[in-house]
Write a protein that binds this ligand. Structure first.
Ligand SMILES: *Cc1c(COP(=O)(O)O)cnc(C)c1O
Length: 406
């Protein structure tokens, strides 16, 4: 087998296709899928050297698999990080990062609007091990500053946020973290490296749910962490012993996903922007949340730190009698015939969801109100179907609210 030596300074589009290319003795062109749990040795001495870590090479697929390694190296190259470690899911990547690097008494400051299950990890599990989390508004730098304590180890955020598409200032938050000997972790799931590279903006670690845009077609679960080698070596050590490993098959699917990531992210962004521009003008749409709109509060910041605005937007609906409630939202959703009613995102298929009763259903009423998850809010993760067909489907929703669509 041979790894190809690539020229320097390649673009992200090229890295997505060429980084960590591995050719087998059969001179395969597509990356090989190594479905094997273990590996064999030439002799007993080699087995001993591999187990001791004195000789590089594969031992067991819980911790090394050549297909998974291709995915890791390629994603690391695209994020501009030294090392990547892949996991069985985004939540496995997030939880393993915390458990590998934190100890009782440590503290996290996190944006309020993070993925619902990440909040469950904070509240139910990290707390149990004596690790406390303070939640702050993503866009309120003073609140981040005020929440930092001597024992704060991580500042953690998702940007753009789900579902309100608020944008956090990665550069400013990295500076704040470093001024207090803490690290900034960015969940880069919504942009992917094709639209945003947090490490270049000063972040220390990037986390992914590969389940979303890295796959891009809603097939496999996976996760990853990217960052400096020393930190990732510690996270790898945790994975090696605890075993939330990405499967070789899923890694192979994600490798194929990465190859078209830049193209897809651009197409998702174009479709979402066009749909947002159209929705803003329609009756029954009280508000559109999308950073690509000029009146979005962080439009300028998003333009600066992202190369596209992404595929996720949300709308607040109002029926013809002026009601902005759950019933209005559900009527809109149930009137669609093309888009899928599901909470997943990052798929070529457009999805529609009611955050207040699904993704944020377990969040307390008070917390929902604080983070703007209103009953009339609908999230749309815009896919790659024809724009006219998506508009027609949204028009069905608007008609169901009693408005005349033109
Ligand atoms: C889906 C998601 C996760 C969790 O990933 P899984 O692969 O479902 O475990 C984490 N963060 C964000 C922003 C997500 O959208």
């Amino acid at each position: 087998m041979s790894e190809r030596q690539l020229p320097d300074d390649l673009s992200i589009e090229t890295l997505a296709i060429r980084a960590a290319e591995l050719r087998t003795g059969e001179m395969t062109h597509s990356e090989p899928l190594f479905l094997t749990s273990s590996f064999v040795y030439e002799n007993a001495a080699q087995a001993a050297a591999r187990f001791a870590g004195d000789e590089p090479g594969n031992v067991y697929s819980r911790f090394t698999n050549p297909t998974v390694s291709i995915f890791e190296q390629r994603l690391a190259a695209m994020e501009g990080g030294e090392r990547c470690v892949a996991f069985a899911s985004g939540m496995a990547a997030i939880t393993s990062t915390f458990l590998a690097l934190l100890k009782p008494g440590d503290h996290i400051v996190s944006s309020r609007g993070v993925f619902g299950t990440t909040n469950v990890v904070y509240e139910k599990y990290l707390k149990k091990f004596g690790i406390e989390t303070t939640l702050v508004d993503l866009t309120d730098l003073d609140a981040w500053r005020a929440a930092v304590r001597p024992e704060t180890r991580f500042l953690y955020l998702e940007t753009p946020s789900n579902p309100l598409a608020e944008v956090g200032d990665i550069r400013a938050l990295a500076e704040l973290a470093h001024a207090h000997d803490a690290q900034l972790i960015v969940d880069n799931c919504f942009c992917s490296p094709a639209l945003q590279q947090p490490l270049a903006l000063g972040a220390d670690l990037v986390i992914h749910s590969a389940t979303k845009y890295l796959d891009g077609q809603g097939r496999c679960l996976g996760g990853a962490v990217v960052g400096p080698k020393t930190t990732l070596d510690d996270i790898y050590g945790f994975l090696r012993s605890t075993g939330a490993t990405m499967s070789a098959f899923n890694a192979w699917v994600f490798i194929k996903g990465l190859e078209t990531l830049s193209l897809r992210m651009k197409a998702h962004s174009d479709n979402a922007q066009a749909l947002a521009d159209w929705l803003v003008q329609r009756p029954g749409i009280a508000r559109v949340h999308y950073a690509g709109l000029k009146d979005h509060p962080q439009h300028a910041l998003a333009k600066q730190q992202q190369s596209g605005f992404g595929g996720v937007l949300s709308i607040e609906v109002e029926d013809s009698a002026g009601a902005r409630d759950r019933q209005a939202a559900w009527r809109f959703i149930d009137a669609t015939r093309l888009v899928s009613i599901t909470a997943n995102l990052g798929d070529v298929k457009t999805t529609i969801t009611h955050p207040a009763t699904t993704t944020h259903g377990r969040v307390s009423a008070e917390e929902k109100q604080r983070s703007g998850i209103t009953e009339n809010l609908i999230r749309i993760a815009v896919g790659l179907e024809g724009l006219a067909d998506l508009k027609a489907d949204m028009a069905r929703g608007i008609t169901a609210l009693g408005h005349l669509v033109r």
